[in-house]
Write a new protein. Structure first.
Length: 71
């Protein structure tokens, strides 16, 4: 059986797809299978995400990639 996760009530942002809405995400085997409102799926782990944002991966542009210390 596929591993499933239901993220409920998040603000879903996807600029590439023109999405900015509050809704639910159904994730199956690490891939978004469905986006909608009031989704339900039996035997699925649920994360209540009201007040949180679901967005594609973000990158910290201020990361320092070097050896630690002053070498």
């Amino acid at each position: 059986m596929a591993e499933q996760l239901l993220i409920r009530g998040a603000r879903i942002l996807s600029p590439a797809n023109g999405i900015d809405q509050v809704g639910d995400l159904l994730v199956q085997d690490g891939v978004i299978a469905k986006i909608g409102e009031h989704l339900s799926q039996p035997n699925t782990r649920i994360i209540e995400a009201q007040g949180l944002i679901a967005a594609p991966g973000l990158v910290d542009m201020h990361v320092h990639l070097r050896d630690p210390g002053f070498t």
